[in-house]
Ligand binder design. Structure first.
Ligand code: HEC
Ligand code: HEC
Length: 263
């Protein structure tokens, strides 16, 4: 009896604490209620540029992009050659890479290796043809996970939204090796800094002493940062540079790689 009472108190206390957190502070992963449409839904008359970025966010992590349940367990199509398990095996990027080059790119080795080819070869293919692939046995996504309308956004991204990351990356060392950092500073200070701060340290998605700032990621995983610069981070209220020339994004990368890493 006494135990039960204690348990009841603990549950009530936790609920109150959770309520206090949700009303008082908004974690960076979240967004305001008013921003739900911008973060998870579609405009009434979507432009091609919006669609490419939206498709890119589904490619990144579709359940955060679309506000769906995170898959439980591993993707049955994930190969035994890979080392990953759990929900990440359902992410397009986990099999095909942030550089879209699969086994021929940065995932040619290391913990993300699967041996699966990239999607560069499907660039320029028709959305219809890509959609057939995206519903085949290598891609066991149900309609509850990703609807046909949403899948068409990813297909458009595959056809027309991919970029050649070898243009700014030293693929051997995974480092930025091109771009005009002065131009990148102009863009970073006037756009990215609104949320990330002038030195990129206003948002930190690390934990404890392990900091993870824009600068940290630009040095460690520039291919991932480029994907997010062009498509935004799924599930949060971030902008993207999809509407501007690719050279602007490369310039931002050159500058971001000079920011403090926190290490
Ligand atoms: C579990 C690993 C895995 C995941 C996750 C995955 N794919 Fe694939 N994908 C494959 C394999 C294996 C192939 C090659 C065989 C085939 O075409 O079915 C492939 C092929 C493709 C191709 C054809 C490439 C070409 O050159 O013709 C495209 C495009 C593609 N995937 C896009 C995607 C997208 C978009 C997603 C996320 C919605 C995704 N894939 C998720 C494993 C995966
Ligand atoms: C309107 C606010 C906003 C702007 C402007 C913005 N971001 Fe973000 N960005 C966010 C939020 C929110 C997150 C999620 C942070 C988290 O997960 O804690 C994020 C995440 C990121 C991430 C990392 C995501 C991860 O977890 O790997 C990178 C990299 C990034 N932003 C780069 C940029 C760059 C570069 C620019 C400018 C081109 C930019 N952002 C502009 C809000 C913004």
């Amino acid at each position: 009896m006494e135990r039960k009472l204690h348990l009841g108190f603990a549950v009530a206390f936790t609920a109150i604490a959770a309520l206090a957190v949700s009303t008082q502070s908004l974690s960076a992963q979240e967004h305001s209620e008013e921003a739900y449409g911008y973060v998870h839904e579609s405009p009434n008359y979507p432009s091609e540029i919006w669609t490419l970025a939206a498709g890119g966010r589904i490619y990144d992590k579709w359940w955060d992009a679309l506000d769906r349940d995170e898959p439980e367990g591993s993707n049955p199509a994930y190969p035994v050659t890979g080392q990953k398990s759990g929900s990440t095996t359902w992410r397009c990027k986990e099999c095909h890479g942030w550089d879209y080059m699969g086994k021929d790119g940065i995932y040619s080795g290391g913990s993300h290796y699967t041996g699966i080819p990239g999607i560069r070869g499907a660039e320029g293919s028709s959305v219809e043809a890509i959609l057939v692939t995206l519903r085949n046995e290598s891609h066991p996504y149900t309609q509850e996970m990703i609807t046909d309308v949403e899948m068409a956004r990813v297909a458009l991204f595959v056809s027309r939204g991919q970029v050649d990351m070898t243009q700014f990356l030293d693929m051997e060392n995974r480092k930025v090796n091109a771009g005009n950092a002065d131009r990148g500073r102009e863009i970073f200070q006037t756009i990215c800094a609104a949320c990330h701060g002038f030195d990129g340290r206003m948002l930190d998605w690390g934990s404890g002493d392990e900091h993870n700032f824009v600068g940290t990621e630009a040095v460690d995983v520039p291919d991932e940062v480029m994907h997010k610069v062009l498509s935004a981070h799924p599930g949060v209220q971030m902008i993207n540079l999809r509407a501007f020339p690719y050279s602007d994004a490369i310039d931002v990368m050159a500058y971001a790689a000079t920011l403090p890493t926190g290490e």
